[in-house]
Design a protein around this ligand. Structure first.
Ligand SMILES: [Zn+2]
Length: 144
């Protein structure tokens, strides 16, 4: 039997089961018909965060940031370009810690930007401080 993966839709947050080899094929969501990968990070809030982290078979890299943070804003374009490079092996997401203070508190985010990688609902790696695109992609790939 072909291997399958659950991909959570970045638009309506419905879980979609796909054959692993079809992930990069421009697949769309069975529920809302949006592309499952858009080549850009998605913004998560308290509800959508858990839907993605808990259900996704694709590791999710989360950028915890805030609008007032200069290094966060400087890293944003690199993070966006990294999404193009890392999808569909990884999903890239952003959490605005100013709006989502409960999430920031739950994960003990003390400095921003902080990047955290989640696999199967668990945090498996964390890196504080801004990174350029190449270092970011290297760091994420190194985590497997
Ligand atoms: Zn959808």
């Amino acid at each position: 039997m072909a291997e399958s993966r659950i991909v959570v839709c970045p638009h309506c947050h419905a879980p979609n089961r796909l054959p692993a080899e079809r992930l990069g094929d421009g697949a769309t969501c069975g529920k809302c018909k949006s592309p499952l990968f858009r080549g850009e990070p998605l913004a998560l809030d308290g509800d959508s965060f858990d839907r993605h982290i808990a259900r996704s078979d694709i590791p999710v890299l989360v950028d915890f940031w805030a609008p007032w943070c200069g290094p966060c804003r400087s890293m944003a374009p690199a993070f966006a370009r990294a999404a193009k490079q890392l999808e569909p092996d990884f999903r890239l997401a952003k959490v605005n810690t100013e709006e989502e203070q409960a999430l920031a508190a739950r994960f003990g985010i003390r400095s921003i930007p902080t990047l955290a990688l989640f696999r199967n609902g668990r945090e498996v790696a964390r890196q504080a401080g801004a990174m350029d695109q190449a270092s970011l992609v290297r760091w994420v790939r190194r985590q497997g």
